[in-house]
Design a protein around this ligand. Sequence first.
Ligand code: 3UK
Length: 452
Amino acid sequence: AMKIGAVPIPTNTNLRPEDYLYLLRDSRAVALVVSEPLLPMVAQLPREQLRYLRHVIVVESAPSASQIAPPAGASSFWTLLATSSPELEAEPTSKDDMAFWLYSSGTTGFPKGAVHLHRDLVYCVEYYARGILGITEHDRTYSVAKLFFAYGLGNALYFPFAVGATTILYPGRPEPAAIFEVVRRYQPTLFFSVPTSYAQCLAAADTADPPPDFRSVRHAVSAGEALPPSIYERWRERFGVEILDGIGSTEILHIFISNRPGAVRPGSSGQIVPGYQAQLLDEDGRPVPVREVGNLLIKGQSTCAFYWNKADRTRQTILGEWIRTGDKYWLDEDGYYWYAGRSDDMLKVGGQWVSPVEIENTLVEHPAVLEAAVVGATDADGLVKPRAFVVLRPDQQPSPALADALKDFVKSRIAPFKYPRWIEFVTELPKTATGKTQRFRLRQLGQPQEER
Ligand code: 3UK
């Protein structure tokens, strides 16, 4: 798509029909390319609300494997391929042309489309992929994070393609057994994953047959959320490979602060990636001293140009050459950055965004629930998961059965990984004078009892 000058928007495949409706309407995409298993999902979308959509292309898993004929008005990918010219002249795009967008969730649950230019990915290849990982054409990359995440898109598509390396794509769910098998069979040299999956792999490693082996891996990378030091240590002991934790974002496209091979400080996000600059500022915009927490701003040439159709959010986030990450960090004397949480209430669960507001709104749809507030809490592996505080309606009694029912309720209505792992029944929620829930007060209540 980029080669012909079109602007693709890779999209999460685990969304619900209303999410796809939102993305199609917000982006005004003219063409939808959908894999066959997802077709029933998009087929339910109300056609009259899709003013801009003109083409639907169905990608069957293989040329002859089509289960269903494309619905009226849709075309078959394989048929188009077979009847099109094998020649493709590239559109003469410039480095400042729009290249692709990536949607990222917001606090209200409405995703924002980050508009990236052609130059952005070249920059990430030069400074992170070559600069930190030393990627060459001899590498084989395998990314547990899928291509529709900014993280997976670099790891599995434009990093390897830029240098002539090989990429390993696994279409199924990235469960530990599948990951072990892919690594055993295809021997990646660069392995990319998220903390939750590293923890799951460690838990599954002892009973796996054959035992997992990561000796082909030169560098293992973690991003998406903070990597607890315990997972770093256990992974190194078990597999003899260091995990390089680094922070990236959809807006900055890939990793801009990273641990380096041989110089890891477990628990930190590492040092600034050359090519980027960082500032840690207090609430008044003044630089904070060493070891004091500040708001992280970043400057670099891979930052998105703007959020589509969201001028206010763009102006709040992009300040000339600098971009607000929304993260709090502190810096040590040696230039290592230590993550200290988000400035908003958003959570990262398994490397994916979770809006507390979305879970709260879902919980209050349950007939037993009056009010709900959601914050992050850490589980036994040190990873963040949603925890809900629930005020019941007067005629309702708290019980473990009701807590389970509420978890199932959330799982059935929004993406299942967002369900609250702990439910605490309370008689009221802490509120400000203006009636806003004070999530920070709930975060201070201490950790939940283990009940996973
Ligand atoms: C958080 C981290 C602590 C942080 C991403 C690698 O995660 C990526 O992009 P998203 O837009 O989220 C960005 C936010 O996630 N975060 C990411 N990595 C870390 N927090 N330690 C980390 N190592 O809040 C950040 O602002 O989904 C990751 C490459 C490209 C990416 N887009």
